[in-house]
Design a protein around this ligand. Structure first.
Ligand code: AMP
Ligand code: GLY
Length: 430
């Protein structure tokens, strides 16, 4: 079978690497891909947003399964368009992808289905939202514990955690007046700030059967100790000991099963990856957000540990016969992924810097360097994005995986390269 993967990040490199190991797969194409997918698969110069060209390519090449990696083409309806053209695709429909595409839709669904989440209000204008803050917190110096969120997609950056009234008003201004995140700011949410540890629980579902994957933990803030601005994710590890078996059962029963049912009832049956971003609070797990795809970087350590054939499971999901599948097999060893980023990320950064040391890093045992923002030019690997590489390693314990990953990180250089030094440290307290 031939497989097409849509996207160009670290997640898509991990998918291409894993899928190309399947006995059933003869060729893996990635559109548009990066320098890493050019090595492990075949890059096709078609943008993830170019539905027409993707469909034409998939038809011409007789692609047996397409996997859509990122949220934007899912929210734009790529899965619907491909299915209409008679192609087999893994991923949710446009209507189902709204779970990630609109935080207002997501919060309203959670509320209706009685799924635990932060209390919230939605607003259609900066004026209404600002008035709400000013009325609720009359003193300018008031301390508040709120989170202001843009409704739409904003590459993980449209969420602003606020500790003062002025921060909340500034967040509203950025999202809904200055439109820093464009149309994503047409509506906004103000919600209660939750306190606790964060975990990512991903499940694969065909709308009937749910297969939960081992829990992972992302590191969204840019700097060590969870300081600095939010990013798309600076590193992840899996499994995380903060989600034990009992808690996983609770998350399945209180979050995953009800949301799959609620989506079915809303006539938006969900198939694909359902990613629950959770805050584990003193009063139980609460949903921060849903994503409708593999997390990036959670996908990298997850797939490094997966022993089963990923194509079988993704195809069964697309076919609606997940209930027939054997349980997934996992490597017992934990895995961690350290993201190496460009100078300036998550703000402005330059591209085109030459990366060295990739071969040395790759020669370290149980290490795989997944590419994210890279491109190949005249045989040279150049930086081409904010999150550049996801250095991923397996080890006999979380601390050994960490040692192994950072050993590989040390080998890799480009001017301005940086990473968090504390990925997985949160697991050490358990
Ligand atoms: P989201 O994209 O909604 O997951 O938000 C990105 C990050 O913002 C999350 O990973 C949390 O760290 C933080 N965040 C979002 N909502 C809340 C909340 N209600 N309370 C505390 N932190 C939050
Ligand atoms: N790792 C967070 C995300 O993929 O949105």
């Amino acid at each position: 079978m031939k497989v097409l993967i849509v996207g160009n990040g670290g997640r898509e490199h991990a998918l291409a690497w894993k899928i190309s190991q399947s006995q059933r797969v003869e060729q893996v194409f990635v559109a548009p891909g990066n320098a890493g997918t050019a090595i492990d698969a075949i890059n096709i110069p078609i943008a993830a947003t170019d539905q027409e060209a993707l469909i034409q390519f998939a038809k011409e090449e007789q692609i047996g399964l397409t996997i859509v990696g990122p949220e934007a083409p899912l929210v734009d309806g790529l899965v619907d368009a491909m299915e209409d053209a008679g192609l087999k695709v893994f991923g949710p429909s446009k209507a189902a992808a709204e779970l990630e595409g609109s935080k207002v839709f997501c919060k309203n669904l959670l509320h209706t289905a009685n799924i635990p989440t932060a209390t919230y209000q939605t607003f259609g204008s900066a004026e209404d939202a600002s008035r709400y803050i000013k009325e609720r917190y009359s003193e300018p110096e008031s301390s508040v514990q709120l989170v202001v969120k843009a409704d739409g997609l904003a590459a993980g950056k449209g969420v602003i955690v606020c500790d003062s009234r002025s921060e909340a008003l500034d967040a509203i201004d950025r999202i809904a007046s200055r439109r820093e995140f464009g149309e994503a700011g047409n509506e906004l949410i103000i919600e209660e700030k939750l306190i606790g540890l964060e975990a990512s629980v991903l499940a694969i579902t065909d709308g009937e059967t749910i297969i939960t994957l081992p829990a992972a933990q992302d590191h969204k803030p840019a700097l060590d100790g969870d300081l600095g601005p939010n990013t798309g994710g600076m590193g992840a590890y899996c499994p995380t000991p903060i989600v034990n078996e009992d808690l996983m059962e609770q998350i399945e029963a209180e979050v995953l099963v009800p949301v799959v049912h609620a989506m079915k009832r809303a006539r938006r049956p969900f198939k694909g990856v359902l990613y629950a971003g959770l805050m584990l609070t003193a009063t139980g797990p609460k949903v921060l957000e849903f994503n409708v795809r593999f997390g990036d970087p959670e996908c990298q350590p997850l797939l490094m540990r997966l022993k089963s054939d990923l194509v079988d499971i993704l195809e069964a999901t697309a076919d609606g016969r997940l209930s027939e599948m054997d349980p997934l097999e996992w490597d017992d060893r934990p895995s961690i992924c350290v993201v190496m980023a460009s100078e300036g990320y998550p703000g402005e950064y330059e591209k085109g810097r030459s990366i060295t040391g990739l071969e040395n890093a790759a020669s370290i045992d149980d290490v795989k360097v997944f590419h994210a923002g890279t491109k190949l030019e005249n045989g040279q690997v150049l930086t081409n994005g904010g999150r550049v590489l996801g250095v991923t390693a397996l080890g006999s314990s979380i601390s050994n995986s960490k040692l192994q990953a950072y050993k590989a990180v040390k080998e890799i250089r480009w001017p301005g390269a940086w990473c968090r030094k504390d990925i997985s440290d949160k697991a050490m307290k358990y």
